[in-house]
Design a protein around this ligand. Structure first.
Ligand SMILES: C[S@@+](CC[C@H](N)C(=O)[O-])C[C@H]1O[C@@H](n2cnc3c(N)ncnc32)[C@H](O)[C@@H]1O
Length: 285
């Protein structure tokens, strides 16, 4: 065994308790970078609370509030508007126009951004729908958006973004949907109320059965991108099962293109006309 590994095991055997709690409560898999982040958080929090690290890990593993504060610190929140452009183009040009046609009679669409981070993902969906339906539409659009990190949800609910967060956004969309003039040193820009009004944020844990038992109906599109990749095998299987249940018949699931192999379900098929990462629920027979 390399001495670095031996040293880590001898110094930090108590971290295992905390990793197990995070796996059970949030469905997270442990890996080297997660362990490194966890170590930094444990050292910092133990010092602030004047605990030794062993005691802190025991307390955090058994106290839901403290475990949540650890999860909040170590969860990776990387995101951006229109993160995988090919996927969003397919949503814009194929998936959403087809759903709009399908729902022309009831004029309702329900979408879910599961693991929405600071809001760029649900707001990208909102901008596409605003573009497709036009300003004066009478559609009922719901973009349900869930994350476990309160700080991320606070920024998301404000709909205010720094130039750095807008740098890859199409200038025409920036101009159309954000306040102010874009420049790298400009103050943060506010997203148009027309896009924000359809997006509802909820603080919840995707690995908690309670959330799935109380969903606001079935969804035409669920985007669960770059979330499954951080989960362990049991959590992935259960989450994919639950996502399938939450989709309307004929509805779509979108995961990161690198996560497509994690979605294994007999009643979810990957449409050949759409980019990698899309799955469609079979219609009810
Ligand atoms: C890497 S970000 C991806 C954000 C966005 N979906 C995207 O692809 O750009 C993953 C997000 O999922 C959230 N997340 C991870 N596990 C979660 C869980 N069990 N419940 C709720 N949110 C979770 C994290 O807090 C983070 O904001």
């Amino acid at each position: 065994m390399p001495s670095s590994v031996r040293k880590r095991q001898i110094v930090n055997p108590h971290m295992q308790t905390l990793e197990t709690a995070l796996a059970q409560v949030y469905g997270w898999a442990s890996n080297t970078s997660m362990r490194a982040a966890l170590q930094v958080v444990v050292t910092d929090k133990a010092k602030r609370l004047m605990f030794d690290e062993v005691t802190y890990c025991r307390v955090a593993a058994t106290s839901p509030g403290e475990l949540h504060s650890v999860a909040e610190e170590i969860a990776l929140g990387e995101t951006s508007f229109f993160r995988e452009p090919e996927q969003f183009r397919a949503l814009w040009k194929m998936v959403l126009p087809a759903l709009i046609e399908k729902h022309a009679h009831d004029r309702k669409l329900k979408l879910w951004s599961a693991g929405c981070s600071t809001g760029e993902e649900p707001f990208s969906l909102g901008m596409i729908l605003e573009d497709l339906l036009g300003e004066e539409n009478d559609w009922k659009i719901e973009i349900f958006s869930v994350d476990l990190r309160s700080k991320a949800l606070l920024q998301a609910s404000q709909g205010r973004y720094h130039p750095l967060q807008l740098r890859n956004l199409d200038p025409a969309l920036r101009e159309r949907f954000f306040s102010g003039k874009f420049a790298p040193d400009a103050p943060p820009s506010d997203l148009d109320r027309r896009v924000r009004r359809n997006v509802k944020f909820r603080h919840a844990n995707l690995y908690d059965a309670h959330l799935w038992q109380h969903l606001p109906g079935q969804f035409d599109v669920i985007v669960c991108s770059n979330v499954l990749t951080h989960m362990h095998a049991t959590a992935i299987q259960q989450t994919v099962q639950r996502l399938h249940q939450a989709m309307a018949p004929g509805g779509y699931l979108l995961v990161g293109s690198a996560e497509k192999s994690l979605v294994a379900h007999t009643r979810l098929r990957a449409p050949q006309t759409l980019p990698p990462g899309f799955f469609q629920r079979e219609g009810d027979r």
